[in-house]
Ligand binder design. Sequence first.
Ligand code: AMP
Length: 283
Amino acid sequence: MIVVTTQEELRSYVRKWHKEGLSVGLVPTMGYLHEGHASLVDRAVASCDRVVASVFVNPTQFGPGEDLQAYPRDFEHDCELLEAHGCDLVFHPEVSEMYPVGGTATFVELLNDMPKQLCGVTRPIHFRGVCTVVSKLFNLVNPDKAFFGQKDAQQLSIIRRMVSDLSYGVEIVGCPIVRDEDGLAKSSRNTYLSAEERQEALVLSRAVRLGEKMYKDGERSAFKVVEAMKAEISKSSLACIDYVSAVNLDTLEAIETLEGPVLVAMAVYIGKTRLIDNFIVGA
Ligand code: AMP
């Protein structure tokens, strides 16, 4: 597996592959990789001739007071996992390689309400940072396909919209949430949890299963489903709900009836750690 740290090296490898007529898949990550990330690499390897993964903790998507400094990092382990799953090249730039001193003057930002909903209420600059770094990666790699997890469902909907609005010639592939055996969605941030918090964090996946079952049993009131999920989460004394919301999957607008493609998403603090989970119906 090739490891590169500069934009120039990345471009030159990818240009060569494109010249040879090979298709290129991109898996953007912030590192501290787990089976969730690995599942994206597996999908990419299965459908592209060459796979590029990026490992970059992107400062522009962290707000003041968020966990940018504390975000877990283990590049050696990341490389082992990526190589074992057949990744061809990992791009691991320094912050100074991606952004000039003093920061970027140019951002890519959706100006509709999509980045303001759900996680955007408490993380107002988050999706601007995500769209900016993903745009830079698209410009560097010019991938045929890019792979994103449904775990970050709002991010996925926003990137689909950005790709459509800016006419990026890249196919966005959404991949299902990978969970631990007991149901907890895998996340790099799970490492922040104490043993007791890890146990209490199961309220998120329990709420997801409850919501899915209510839908399966015919309930179509978004209010009833959301309230039942909130009640389930509130059973944990360590859980503090940021939001539980039902929205249209494509527009992220709040909905009253679970009809068409619907995303039911949540963010919940377990102690100091903010976790997200969701399910999609009707898509
Ligand atoms: P991150 O490193 O957290 O920025 O995540 C990089 C990519 O991996 C994003 O597209 C995430 O949605 C995806 N991802 C993270 N956790 C999971 C998971 N448990 N299952 C599936 N995809 C995931």
